[in-house]
Design a protein around this ligand. Structure first.
Ligand code: PXG
Ligand code: PLP
Length: 450
C-alpha cells in the first residue's frame, strides 16, 4: 500500500536555527573564511533575496547568471509540484515519458534555424562535455577518425568536468589537475588588444579569429574536431568579442570541416537581448550548449542543441543499436523538464528576451557612468551584462573586488566578483530604478574604498 505523507517537512527552509556549517564542503568557496563569516540567503522573490538576518538584497547577478525571469516564479513552482505529484521519475534510457519531448520541441523553436535536436544534461559542465563528445562522435560516424583535437580559448570557461576543464582557459581551474584531455589547444582570448571603456562590441574586422588558421597550419585541419567558445566570455570577467570575430570563426571552421560549438550557458535565454548569442550575432554554430536559464535555475538542467547534420550523421550513420554511447541517469528528468516548459512559457509570454534588449541601452549608460570612480580601469557591457574591472591592490590581487562584494552585501546589493572584476547580470525583469540603485550603491562604495 502506498504511504501518504501529510506531515510538513521536518526542516524550515528560512530558519538558520541549528544549522551546522561543518559538513557542507562548498564549491568555489574560501571555506575557512566563509565558515568564520557566513552569509546565508534564506528566501527570494522577484529581484530580491532575503538574508538570514532579515535584510533584502537586490540581486544584480541573477543568482549565478541563471535566474533570468526573476525569483520565485509561481508558474514554475506549480509545474514542478504537478510533475512531482504525477511522475516523480522515469528513465529515459530505452524508455520515455512526454515532458522532455515537449521541452525539446519548445526549445527547438527558439534556437537558430537548423539546430533542433536536443540532448538533455543536468548542468553546464555536463553540457560542455556532452558537446565535445558529440563532436568526436560526429567525425567518427563519418569515418573522419583522425579528428580528435578540441580547440578552446584562453580565459574560456566550460565548467569543471575534465572535458570542459581541458578546453577551458582559466589557469586557476586547470593547473592542479594534470590529467586532462589530450590534444587540446587554445586560441587567444579577445581582450589582448581591447579598447578600454568600449561600449558594447569591441571594434574590429574579425582578424583576431585568423589565429585559428595558424592552429590549423600547426596541427592540420584533418586532426581538429571542434572549436568551442563562449560568444561572450562571462566567467572570466565579461570579455566582449570584436565585431566580425564570431563570423570569421564560422567561416574558417566551415572551410576546414571543423565543428563550431557555442557555449551559451550564460549567453542563452535572453542575457544578451536575444534567445541566444548565435541569434544576436547572426552566426549559427553546429552545436549550442545551454543550462542555467533553461529552468530559471529552479531545478538543475542543461541541454545540448545539435544541428540536424550533426545529429543525423551520428544517429543515421551508426550501426544498428545505441548510436551515441552517452547520457545521464537524469537526462530529461520529468521535474526539470516541467520547470523548463514553464520557464520557456514565461519568457515567451512576458517577452523577456526583447525586454532585456530594450533595457540594454539604459544599462550601458548607467554602468559606464562609473568610469570616473576611483580604481575603475575598464568597463565592458553587452545586453544585460556588465564587467567593471578594478585596479588590483599591490600584492593582493582580487582583494579589492572581494571587499566591494562584502560591502555591497552589507548594503543590500548582491554582486559577483571574479578576480578584480565585478560582474553584473541582473534578472531580465529589472526596472530602470533598480538599475540606478545598483549603480548608485557601487558608486558610493567605490568612492570610499581604499
Ligand atoms: N559554460 C559556461 C559558459 C558557463 O558560464 C558552465 C559552462 C558550467 O555550468 P555549471 O552549471 O556546470 O556550473 C558555465 C557556468 C561566475 C560563475 O560567477 C559562472 C558559472 C558558474 C558559476 C559561477 O562567473 N558559469
Ligand atoms: N557512478 C556509478 C557507480 C553509477 O552507477 C552511475 C550511474 O548509473 C554514475 C556514476 C553516473 O551517474 P549519472 O548518470 O547520474 O551521471
Amino acid at each position: 500500500m502506498a504511504t501518504q505523507t501529510t506531515q510538513p517537512a521536518s526542516f524550515d527552509v528560512a530558519s538558520t536555527a541549528g544549522v551546522d556549517l561543518d559538513h557542507f564542503w562548498m564549491p568555489f568557496t574560501n571555506n575557512r573564511y566563509f565558515k568564520d563569516n557566513p552569509r546565508l540567503l534564506v528566501a527570494a522573490e522577484g529581484m530580491y533575496y532575503t538574508s538570514s538576518d532579515g535584510r533584502r538584497l537586490l540581486d544584480s547577478t541573477s543568482g549565478l547568471w541563471c535566474v533570468n525571469a526573476g525569483h520565485g516564479r509561481a508558474a514554475i513552482g506549480a509545474a514542478v509540484a504537478e510533475a512531482v505529484g504525477t511522475l516523480d521519475f522515469a528513465p529515459t534510457f530505452q524508455l520515455g515519458h512526454p515532458l522532455p519531448f515537449r521541452l525539446a520541441s519548445e526549445l527547438a523553436k527558439i534556437m537558430p534555424a537548423g539546430l533542433d535536436r536536443v540532448f538533455f544534461t543536468n548542468s553546464g559542465s555536463e553540457s560542455a562535455d556532452t558537446a565535445l563528445k558529440m563532436a568526436l562522435a560526429y567525425h567518427h560516424a563519418r569515418g573522419d577518425q583522425t579528428r580528435f583535437r578540441l580547440i578552446g580559448r584562453q580565459r574560456g570557461y566550460h565548467g569543471t568536468n575534465f572535458g570542459g576543464l581541458s578546453v577551458g582557459g582559466l589557469g586557476g581551474n586547470r593547473r592542479r589537475f594534470v590529467s586532462q584531455v589530450w590534444g587540446v589547444d587554445h586560441l587567444s582570448h579577445t581582450q589582448g588588444q581591447a579598447v578600454r571603456f568600449q561600449r558594447g562590441l569591441q571594434p574590429g574586422n574579425g582578424a583576431l579569429a585568423d589565429e585559428l588558421e595558424d592552429l590549423i597550419a600547426l596541427h592540420g585541419a584533418e586532426t581538429i574536431a571542434a572549436v568551442i567558445v563562449e560568444p561572450m566570455a562571462g566567467s572570466a570577467g565579461v570579455l566582449v568579442p570584436p565585431q566580425g570575430y564570431l563570423q570569421r570563426l564560422r567561416e574558417i571552421t566551415r572551410k576546414h570541416g571543423i565543428l563550431l560549438i557555442f557555449d551559451e550557458v550564460i549567453t542563452g535565454f535572453g542575457r544578451l537581448g536575444a534567445a541566444t548569442g548565435a541569434e544576436l550575432f547572426g552566426v549559427t554554430p553546429d552545436i549550442i550548449t545551454l543550462a542555467k536559464g533553461l529552468t530559471n535555475a529552479t531545478v538543475p538542467m542543461g541541454a545540448v542543441v545539435a544541428s540536424r547534420e550533426v545529429h543525423d550523421a551520428i544517429v543515421e550513420g551508426s550501426p544498428e543499436g545505441i548510436e551515441f554511447y552517452h547520457g545521464y541517469t537524469y537526462s530529461g528528468h520529468p521535474v526539470a523538464a516541467a520547470a523548463g516548459l514553464a520557464t520557456l512559457q514565461i519568457y515567451r509570454e512576458e517577452g523577456l528576451f526583447a525586454r532585456a534588449g530594450a533595457m540594454a541601452a539604459k544599462w550601458e549608460e548607467a554602468v559606464h557612468s562609473l568610469a570616473d570612480c576611483p580604481h575603475v580601469v575598464d568597463i565592458r557591457n553587452l545586453g544585460l551584462v556588465a564587467g567593471i574591472e578594478l585596479a588590483p591592490r599591490d600584492g593582493t590581487p582580487g582583494a579589492r573586488a572581494t571587499e566591494v562584494f562584502q560591502k555591497a552585501f552589507d548594503r543590500g546589493l548582491l554582486i559577483r566578483a571574479t578576480g578584480d572584476i565585478i560582474a553584473l547580470s541582473p534578472p531580465l525583469i529589472i526596472s530602470g530604478d533598480q538599475i540606478d540603485e545598483i549603480v548608485g550603491t557601487l558608486r558610493t562604495l567605490l568612492k570610499d574604498l581604499a
